[in-house]
Design a binder for this molecule. Structure first.
Ligand code: GDP
Ligand code: IMO
Ligand code: MG
Length: 427
């Protein structure tokens, strides 16, 4: 049975956690394939809220094997704290499997992330300062330390000494900071974290393939989103991994033919945290209303999210980049009170009309959205459980989005709860 991918189609926080949790019922394995604890995936079950950073959202189901794939960067302390918190809340995390090939986030990664941002000043990216970029940079530079190195203290120490020799020079000479002690880091990683993580470390590629070969359902859960993708996002205002569906192949260890379904997830409007272009951004009272009604504050960092109208150009591009089979739309309920709604159907820049994302960032920065206006429904959709219960203007809005993006919308979210989804189309 080929795997299913869940991928964000905007700038993150579309509701990947909630959708993964919803689909997890039918799955046996759920894999996080990239990113790290820059992610914050919220699941609301029976009024209780779980905000996951590193653990795959399927962890809440007992029949699921949750997997942290090789494409993830792991801060061991954050992972252990997350496991502790969930365990205290009654969630059994003992089935978790952690790829031995995932890279470790080290203390110097976090420090350099924050320092780089400070030095960028006005041009900062607005990263989560979790060390994500520096950890992926070391992976690419082949000086990263991997989870499997925790199992071999001699190798770990060798790699740490090599890395620290350079990092301490950078910290001292570029940033005027104190050097980090290899002994302190080794004590924490090898004596404190390694014994606790060792039972979880496994060959996750084999786990995924055995499940696929047995005809089981495997879900590959993306973090971040298409327009935060290192290659396809609004560079440099992106993260340092590949959230797009192709990244699922690399970060979980499967080939393209192992993927049968790619579900794109989109909010019924758009949000973004951190810097970077945002053509449909609303810096007015409608934008404030979306922040208030949508509780648009980062799950992870608490930062206020920027908000804007739905942008069909982005989703058309996301359909290209991810080969989307369908879209799940979330947070339709947040729009309930609006009298009219705008949808961006194209951009205009220098007299040229763009139906897809312009490849040149300067064009995107200068792009003006071309809007179509639709009537609002001004009634509460949060209790709807089937299509017929949605007001006709709400249905028309969703149908318009599907028509404009060229992708079927099969699920529509009307609230944060596990079951607050209305089935719209085929599946
Ligand atoms: P993720 O990073 O993609 O998993 O998304 P986040 O969890 O960071 O942010 C999505 C937020 O929207 C969370 O607080 C969810 O509980 C909430 N949410 C998800 N779907 C819906 C929905 O359909 N309606 C409303 N009102 N909230 C939703
Ligand atoms: P989920 O999985 C929204 C953003 C940061 C910043 C940029 C780079 O919850 O959707 P990084 O720390 O990754 O180097 O920051 O990416 N960012 C996110 N925005 N949701 C996320 O994750 C994000 N993860 C990173 O705000 O603009
Ligand atoms: Mg999030």
């Amino acid at each position: 049975m080929p795997a299913t991918v869940i991928v964000g189609t905007q700038w993150g926080d579309e509701g990947k956690g909630k959708l993964t949790d919803l689909l997890a019922k039918e799955m046996t394995v759920v894999v996080r394939y990239q990113g790290g604890h820059n992610a914050g995936h919220t699941i609301v079950v029976g009024g209780e809220t779980f905000a996951l950073q590193l653990l795959p959202s399927g962890v809440l189901y007992d029949h699921i094997t949750p997997v942290i794939g090789n494409g993830v960067v792991v801060d061991p302390k954050v992972l252990l704290d997350e496991i502790d918190t969930l365990t205290r809340a009654g969630v059994d995390c003992s089935r978790l499997k952690l790829s031995g090939s995932a890279h470790l986030i080290m203390p110097y990664h976090q420090e350099i992330d924050a320092l780089t941002e400070r030095y960028l000043g006005r041009n900062k990216l607005g990263t989560t300062k979790r060390g994500i970029g520096p950890a992926y940079a070391d992976k690419a530079a082949r000086v990263g330390i991997r989870v499997q190195d925790l199992l071999d203290p001699k190798i770990f120490r060798q790699k740490l000494d090599v890395a620290l020799k350079e990092k301490n020079q950078i910290l001292a000479k570029v940033y005027n900071r104190l050097p980090l002690s290899a002994d302190d880091i080794a004590a924490r990683y090898l004596d404190e974290y390694a014994p606790k993580l060792a039972p979880l470390i496994d060959d996750t590629v084999a786990i995924v393939h055995r499940a696929l070969d047995a005809g089981e359902e495997v879900l590959l859960e993306g973090a971040q989103a298409t327009f935060l993708d290192l290659d396809h996002g609004t560079y440099p205002f992106v993260t340092s991994s590949n959230p797009v569906a192709g990244g699922a192949c690399i970060g979980a260890g499967v080939g393209p033919r192992d993927i049968g379904r790619v579900i794109g997830i989109a909010k019924a409007y758009v949000t973004r945290v951190g810097s970077g272009p945002f053509p449909t951004e609303l810096e007015d009272e409608v934008g404030d209303l979306l922040v208030d009604r949508g509780h648009e504050y980062g799950t992870n960092t608490g930062r206020r999210r920027r908000t804007g109208w739905f942008d069909a150009v982005m989703i058309r591009q996301a359909a290209w980049l991810n080969s989307l089979s369908e879209v799940a739309l979330t947070k339709l309920d947040v729009l309930d009170t609006l009298e009219t709604l705008k949808v961006c159907v194209a951009y205009e820049a220098d007299g040229v009309r763009y139906d897809h994302m312009p490849y040149h960032q300067s064009t995107l920065h200068d792009a003006t959205p071309v809007y179509e206006e639709l009537p609002g429904w001004q009634s509460d959709t949060s209790g709807a459980t089937e299509l017929a219960q949605l007001p006709k203007q709400a249905r028309a809005y969703v149908e318009f989005l599907a028509e404009q993006t060229g992708v079927a919308i099969n699920l529509v979210g009307v609230g944060p709860g596990r079951e607050q989804f209305v089935r719209f189309g085929g599946s």
